[in-house]
Design a protein around this ligand. Structure first.
Ligand SMILES: Nc1ncnc2c1ncn2[C@@H]1O[C@H](COP(=O)(O)OP(=O)(O)OP(=O)(O)O)[C@@H](O)[C@H]1O
Length: 673
């Protein structure tokens, strides 16, 4: 990295000037008063806004204020500044003053990520800065006016950033977002984007930066409607939790599907979950719900004072039939009562009475209308409907006729039904069906934008549940078909988008940042077996010497030894083991006196050495990874090879594979080049 002293000194001076300006902006914000507010409530609101503004202007000594600079090509006429510095937020010199640093999300900053010799976009030079603990220590220049395609390999600052040892949660990548990633980050708000990407291509990072970009660009709209990040489990959410706050976005919700739909209380065979997650179930539960609306047998008689008003049976039937299926079940019920009451009102008027709207409401709430309502359009809860569907063979048969085969219906029925819907132990797949029913009864509110990570693992019914939550908004859908580990994992992104109910385009990220080339090639031996339609991933870094495969006579002592060796190097260490082996590995580490934590579904385990059950490894990464007993990981579940592919692609610097048993055959033969 060139580091000319005079240039470095000038850049440091600009950093110092920017820090001073930021301090003045903070002081100015502190000096603003909420006194002008008209009342107490507005005053509180204004005060909290001002507090937030001051907090947003904090200068974190370890976080560089800018990470890049662009120099304009003077030969291209433009009103752009001659030089612009790009950083995490705007910094200007006085209220009307010149910008010292531009926010990376501003439209003009796009050139920092997108300009290249093929299209310099009016700029001559890109400079990236290297920092150590907030100190500007290096820079790297990239001429944009040279010949296209004359690159010199990956930027040293980029590879250093990737290889910087991990100690805590995921970091932002704002300084080094790559052009194809930037296109996704800056996609317009109404556009739903779906990203297929091999392990470590930056899908999660891109999704989080897109959330930050959209919040900056559409702040007012999205602060009302909301942005939600959906991830596979709590450990993953905790791992990514620091990225958005580091980018200044503290009000983005993060949730798992269980958080949204309700935590499961029971379990069931994967085949049953897969069936319940099938899109055909949408029809079955809809029919089950609407089966509760019965054909009215009788007419309606309402007595008011001395008068009796009568609707004939066919009139009641017409009213119900006109509404059935045209509204949500709940609003249909309310509308049925109102329409009956309206017809009674018309009868009153025909008799010369002059009832007003209040009378219509009174009639709608009267005992005879309520009785009829309960008979014809009874109030039901999602739990009551699903309980009946899963416990009453006759009811299920009617609802599933022509949709599910007989053996499928038999598989759905509970062997031993709970005593009532209240004591039913709903599974995760049931939760999605309950959510579907809930939405058929009453519309689910939509957010402004949803980022769905590891989307390949969601069932059609879960995707429908998420789709409802962005029904009037848009989504960023991220995943990798090769990492699908559930019995219902998606085989195509077109299907995923269809279940979500979103029109969107599928883009692919193909360059791996996390995993060194040798490790990625090794893991890719599994690809023809887990997702033959996908291209082999490429890595940014060759990673010579990063992979070691050891046959060992005794697994546990070998794992302890490998962990001890890895701990001698800087960075985090993940010991990925079959789920059933986590306790044994933890005991072995304990006995050897190696401090560690065991990753659980609900927590991230703060320790440098982590025992990671294979089922929880998805989305995570460690500087050094030890995978203990691939054959056992592969054999533990139906899509065990995909699980193994996930485990083998978690390493940033080194992967050590330990096996006492034979390796899975699929991992032994290198695929044809
Ligand atoms: N442009 C980039 N600059 C620096 N680091 C990057 C860049 N893109 C991705 N990374 C880093 O690469 C690693 C992998 O990124 P990320 O977890 O987003 O990948 P992913 O595609 O979601 O992986 P997986 O499918 O395995 O979950 C992270 O450490 C991330 O910070």
């Amino acid at each position: 990295m060139p580091a000319e002293p005079s240039t470095l000194a000038a850049e440091r001076a600009h950093l110092a000037a920017s820090r001073d300006a930021l301090r003045r902006m903070r002081e100015h914000a502190r000096g603003l008063s909420a006194d002008a507010a008209a009342d107490w409530v507005s005053r509180q609101f204004l005060e909290s806004l001002l507090d937030q503004r001051v907090a947003a202007l904090a200068d974190h000594p370890d976080t560089p204020l800018f990470f890049g600079r662009m120099d304009r090509d003077a030969a291209v006429p433009s009103d752009l500044p001659d030089v612009m510095y790009v950083g995490r937020r705007h910094v200007h010199d006085g209220p009307e003053g010149r910008p010292l640093v531009l926010d990376w999300r501003a439209p003009v900053s796009r050139a920092f990520y997108q300009a290249g010799p093929a299209d310099p976009m009016g700029w001559r030079l890109r400079r990236r800065f290297g920092f150590q603990g907030g100190e500007l220590t290096a820079f790297e220049d990239e001429p944009l006016d040279g010949p296209a395609g004359g690159g010199t390999g990956p930027s040293r600052i980029l590879t250093d950033e990737i290889e910087r040892p991990r100690t805590g949660p995921m970091r932002d990548i704002v300084a080094t977002i790559q052009p194809d990633q930037d296109v996704i980050v800056r996609a317009e708000l109404p556009r739903t984007v779906c990203v297929q990407g091999a392990p470590g291509t930056g899908k999660t990072a891109v999704g989080l930066h897109r959330a930050a970009y959209l919040l900056f660009t559409h702040r007012e709209r999205l602060s009302k409607s909301g942005v939600l990040i959906v991830g596979p489990n709590r450990a993953f959410l905790s791992y990514i939790s620091a990225v958005l706050p580091a980018l200044g976005e503290v009000r983005v919700e993060q949730a798992t599907v269980d958080d949204l739909l309700g935590a499961p209380a029971g379990d069931e065979p994967a085949a049953v979950s897969a069936l319940k997650g099938d899109a055909r179930m949408a029809r079955v539960v809809s029919r089950a719900l609407w089966a509760h609306v019965r054909k009215p047998e009788d007419g309606l008689v309402v007595t008011r004072g001395a008068s009796r008003h009568r609707l004939a049976g066919h009139e009641v039937r017409e009213t119900a039939a006109a509404l059935r299926g045209t509204t949500r079940y709940g609003s249909g019920r309310a509308a049925f009562a109102q329409r009956l009451a309206h017809r009674i009102l018309v009868l009153m008027e025909q008799r010369g009475e002059a009832p007003d709207d209040r009378v219509q409401d009174q009639v709608a709430r009267s005992a005879p209308v309520r009785r009829l309502l309960d008979q014809v359009w009874p109030k039901v809860t999602p739990e009551q409907v699903l309980y009946r569907l899963l416990s009453d063979a006759g009811f299920l048969r009617t609802a599933a006729k022509g949709v599910l085969e007989e053996d499928e219906q038999a598989a759905l029925l509970w062997r031993r039904p709970a005593r009532s819907h209240r004591s039913a132990r709903w599974t995760a797949a049931d939760r999605a069906l309950l959510d579907e029913l809930g939405d058929l009864i009453e519309r689910t509110a939509s957010l402004g934008h949803l980022v769905v990570d590891e989307a390949q693992d969601l069932s059609a019914m879960q995707l429908r549940a998420l789709g409802r939550r962005c029904g009037t908004g848009s989504a960023t859908v991220l995943g990798d078909l090769a990492q699908g580990t559930t019995a219902w994992s998606a085989r195509s992104w077109t299907d995923v988008l269809a279940h979500l109910g979103q029109e969107g385009e599928v883009t692919e990220l193909t360059l791996g940042f996390r995993v060194p080339g040798t490790v990625l090639d090794y893991a890719a031996r599994l690809l023809p077996h887990v997702a033959p339609e996908l291209e082999r991933p490429r890595s940014l870094r060759a990673g010579a010497g990063a992979l070691e495969v050891r046959r060992v006579p005794d697994l546990l002592p070998a794992a302890v030894r490998a962990a001890r060796e890895a701990l001698e190097r800087p960075g985090s260490v993940g010991l990925i083991v079959p789920d059933a082996g986590a306790a044994a590995h933890a005991s072995a580490l304990e006995a050897a006196g190696l401090a560690h934590a065991v990753l659980g579904p609900g927590h991230d385990g703060a320790a440098r050495l982590l025992v990671v059950p294979a089922a929880l490894a998805k989305g995570l990464e460690y500087d050094h990874v030890i995978v203990a007993e691939p054959a056992a990981i592969a054999a533990a579940e139906e899509r065990g090879l995909a699980r193994l592919y996930v485990a083998l692609t978690r390493a940033v610097t080194s992967l050590t594979v330990l096996h006492q048993a034979d390796l899975p055959a699929e991992l032994c033969d290198p695929p044809a080049p």
